[in-house]
Unconditional design. Structure first.
Length: 690
């Protein structure tokens, strides 16, 4: 087997000086003709070698019967022969010394058992012969900077390549990816590279992102993703992009609940796979786009704007009061603020605005500034001094020959970024504004969605320094009592108590604990539904309740593996929260914190992150809860021990990370958080192990 350097392979592929198309066709109606046609028509500067034993010429180029008789070893081959022949071509190319192949042929793992076997053969042939492969089932690769469209996409049948730029796009959907390419071209975005990953038999999205990060000409990366197969590689690539200040913006599909099934615990039912992706994107600093237009809009902003917003305060100026209201409503929905201006700013604005204009945020300067722009630059400068970003709504872009563009360009020198919303701006106006670092969007919602993404990306905090615990020995099954014992060994607080196996022992222990107790039958996952829990039991009734609990379980769950009754002191006061962990491929454990008891599902007030979490990360997640004020002394109530909760949450996340895939789910529901200084106590424990 040959070891590969994916980054070096992809980089060399993008800079290929010669390309061979295996399965080339002379028929313009067949896809084997299109890569040759595109390479010739769009001015690829390298050598092009059609390969087909049945032809002597394709599109004016000499056609060769096989790879091994080519006059040189091509830097890249595109394979377009029938699926059963692909492995043989891969092996021949690798032996000949070809470093990289894009397999456009379909009919592999996406086509059932027979295709899976064909794909295995291709992977084996590549590994043994030393060639790297993109695909199979790829639409191809377009290196705009190299004028190298090795693809059969219909997106190039009309129009041209985009202008060479600094944006790289990677897509797990071939058809949708090339739609992205076409939309980007029509929107005026200049792309550097487009890669259709296909089935990712060898290289995957993380490899392509890592390579684009290393490419000196690529400054922004976008993509369409259905699934990530290698979580650690994705984390490495995303963090490398962050280190290089290269934004990664991805559309991730598959968020609907229809694709997930509820798990056994509260945590499992709330933590779907999309939550894991969202947590991973947040942890590793990846921006998430909701759809293709949002993706392109964000890519445009990253490429156009010299400065990003340093906060979420919007200063809005509009020729339309209605548009100003729309912007305010959208900003509120997307977590952006529209704060009032200081009184001195309002007074200065009134001196340059028409008498009937509104000088507060949002500023309604009416339609006058579109035709008479005197004072507009002053307004924008005032807004830039008090906001983190200025939004200008200029609806009728063509009015007065677009004179409004001049003051916007003049004001764009400010450190505070400016965004224009102009549904009717001309192409020339958009181009001039973009050249000045001002992106232009057609609707208020477009602009607000972009700004939300930029603010989130620019406020990213690198992952903390928490490390997985070296976990204690864990048996194949873990009862509540055994689980609490492990937590206590790690320093977490649990109620006093123990497991008893007789009514007499229950009465004796309850008496020793000196107050009302909680009693739970061990051996069931959901004890409350089975009638296996009784709370607030007086000591003198513990023996009777012991018998009643066993009788209830024998009636409702006669086959349950009952393992005694846990008798514990009752803990009262404070507030109930839940902490949980769920193993989610490919990222590991997703940690959850939220309102506890039945409220976790009823209220849905939860926060998610990836394990392990350090204490600061744990606290930040807790503070993000809508109900956090209840922990912090809401309306004069006693503040609760958030520090103890954060410590416990962090420790549990480190334990989960240490256990790895052995721990399927962990549900601590509830944890009772007591007043400051009194701690956070784990009242219930449920673990599902492999």
């Amino acid at each position: 087997m040959t070891s590969f350097d994916p980054v070096a392979g992809v980089l060399s592929m993008l800079d290929a000086k010669s390309v061979a198309v295996v399965g080339a066709s002379g028929d313009p109606n067949k896809i084997g003709y299109l890569p040759i046609d595109y390479l010739v028509r769009f001015g690829y500067p390298g050598r092009v070698y059609p390969v087909n034993p049945g032809l002597t010429e394709v599109n004016g180029l000499r056609c060769y019967p096989s790879i091994s008789v080519l006059p040189e070893v091509p830097d890249l081959i595109a394979i377009m022969v029938a699926a059963p022949k692909v492995a043989g071509v891969v092996e021949e190319a690798g032996i000949f010394g070809v470093p990289f192949a894009v397999i456009i042929t379909a009919g592999f793992s996406e086509a059932g058992a027979a295709g899976i076997e064909l794909q295995r053969q291709v992977v084996d042939a590549a590994a043994s012969s030393g060639i790297q492969i993109c695909g199979p089932n790829s639409v191809g690769v377009i290196s705009t900077a190299n004028r190298m469209p090795v693809t059969f996409t219909s997106a190039l049948r009309q129009g041209n390549l985009t202008e060479p730029g600094t944006i790289g796009i990677v897509s797990q959907s071939g058809a949708f990816g090339t739609v992205l390419y076409g939309l980007a071209r029509d929107q005026g975005l200049a792309l550097h590279t487009y890669i259709s990953t296909g089935n990712e038999a060898q290289l995957g999205v993380p490899d392509y992102i890592a390579a684009m990060v290393r490419h000196p000409a690529i400054s922004t990366i976008g993509g369409y993703v259905e699934t990530i197969r290698d979580g650690p590689a994705f984390a490495d690539a995303a963090l490398a992009a962050r280190d290089s200040a290269i934004p990664v913006v991805l559309v991730k599909v598959g968020a609907s609940a229809a694709g997930t099934s509820a798990a056994a615990s509260h945590t499992g039912s709330l933590t779907g796979n999309d939550v894991a992706y969202q947590a991973a994107f947040k942890r590793y600093g990846v921006a998430r786009a909701s759809d293709e237009q949002h993706l392109l809009d964000v890519l445009e902003a990253f490429n156009v704007m010299p400065n990003l917003p340093e906060g979420n305060r919007l200063a809005i100026a509009s020729m339309s009061g209605g548009a100003g209201v729309l912007l305010c409503d959208a900003a509120d929905e997307h977590g952006l603020g529209v704060p009032p201006f200081p009184s001195e700013v309002v007074e200065r604005l009134r001196k340059v605005l028409p008498p009937f204009a509104a000088a507060e945020n949002p500023v309604d300067f009416t339609g006058q500034f579109v035709t008479n722009t005197v004072g507009l630059e002053t307004v924008l400068s005032e807004l830039a001094a008090v906001g983190d970003v200025v939004i200008l709504f200029a609806g009728f872009g063509w009015t007065a020959d677009g004179a409004w563009v001049d003051p916007v360009v003049a004001a764009s020198d400010s450190k505070t970024p400016i965004v224009v919303v102009s549904p009717l701006a001309t192409d020339e106006q958009r181009a001039r504004l973009r050249e000045s670092g001002v992106p232009v969007y057609a609707s208020p919602l477009q602009a607000i969605r972009v700004l939300e993404t930029l603010v989130t990306w620019n406020s990213w905090v690198p992952p903390g320094a928490a490390v997985p615990l070296d976990p204690p020995p864990v048996p194949a099954t873990l009862s509540e009592a055994a689980g609490k014992s492990i937590l206590a060994g790690l320093g977490l607080s649990v109620p006093k108590g123990q497991v008893v196996h007789s009514a007499t022992a229950a009465h004796s222990l309850a008496t020793d604990l000196g107050g009302h107790v909680a009693m739970k039958v061990l051996g069931l996952a959901h004890k409350t539904e089975a009638g296996a829990v009784r709370l607030g039991v007086p000591p003198h009734e513990a023996d009777v309740v012991y018998r009643e609990l066993l009788e209830a379980v024998a009636s409702s769950h006669p086959d349950a593996p009952v393992d005694g009754v846990l008798v514990e002191e009752m803990i009262v006061g404070g507030l109930e929260l839940v902490v949980g962990a769920t193993w989610q491929e490919p990222f590991g454990h997703v940690m959850m914190v939220g309102m506890g008891g039945v409220g976790v599902e009823l209220l849905g007030d939860t926060a998610f992150g990836l394990a392990p979490l350090d204490r600061d990360e744990a606290r930040t997640m807790i503070e993000s809860l809508k109900s956090y004020p209840l922990l912090d002394g809401y309306r004069g109530a006693t503040p609760l021990d958030v520090e103890a909760l954060a410590d416990a949450f962090s420790m549990v996340s480190r334990l989960a990370a240490g256990l790895g895939p052995k721990l399927v789910e962990l549900d601590l529901n509830p944890i009772r958080v007591l007043p400051v200084g009194e701690g956070a106590i784990v009242l219930d424990f449920l673990a599902i192990l492999r």
